[in-house]
Design a protein around this ligand. Structure first.
Ligand code: IMP
Ligand code: MG
Length: 178
């Protein structure tokens, strides 16, 4: 498969569409088994997880609801972009079985910020499904219950993931070329 160029950088194929779809099917099978007879409330984190959420959702056989939320960070003076607020989470999660769908967990800062907000609503259970995990970069103790792929600390794009807004449209996942 050809390499791609996004903005000023070159990327090589890292995970093929086939590998991604196969792994998502396995993750969904595990969820279908673990939640058999229960209803699951999925919370997908925008923007990055829209493709993952859609493909995962098509493989689910358990009763499932989904909502999409956005975690907005203030950028500008500080480039660190701390997570500041949540948009779109108006559902009451009390006594619900909740699974968060996240495209990638890197430092873990996003989830570290978000999890207490959800626990506060006292869900019946709360788990995380992440397609990608940069395990060596994660600085917080985040319990990831369903992991697609543990990947090295290299920037990736495609399949919903972006580099400065671009690159989300590819079916494969690409890694920054050396
Ligand atoms: P964390 O808060 O450091 O765990 O970062 C999570 C978020 O950073 C993800 O939801 C992505 O939006 C973004 N991110 C982290 N690594 C990458 C990458 O390699 N490519 C694209 N986005 C990334
Ligand atoms: Mg994201």
């Amino acid at each position: 498969m050809p390499a791609i160029r996004v903005h000023d950088k070159n990327f090589d194929v890292y995970l093929s569409e086939f590998e991604i779809q196969q792994r998502i099917k396995e993750m969904a099978d595990a969820i279908n088994k673990d939640y058999k007879g229960k209803k699951v409330y999925f919370i997908a984190i925008l923007n990055g997880s829209f493709m993952f959420a859609a493909d995962m959702f098509k493989c689910l056989t358990v009763e499932s609801e989904i909502c999409f939320i956005k975690l907005v960070s203030y950028k500008g003076l500080k480039s660190s972009g701390d997570v500041a607020t949540t948009i779109g989470l108006d559902e009451d999660l009390h006594q619900k079985h909740v699974i968060i769908l996240e495209d990638i967990i890197d430092t873990g800062k996003t989830m570290h910020y978000f999890l207490p907000k959800l626990f506060h609503q006292q869900p019946a259970s709360l788990k995380i499904a992440a397609l990608l995990h940069k395990a060596e970069m994660t600085q917080y103790d985040i319990p990831i219950d369903y992991t697609g792929f543990v990947i090295p600390n290299k920037f990736v794009v495609g399949y919903g993931l972006d580099y400065d807004g671009l690159g989300r449209n590819y079916r494969d996942i690409y890694q920054l070329a050396d």
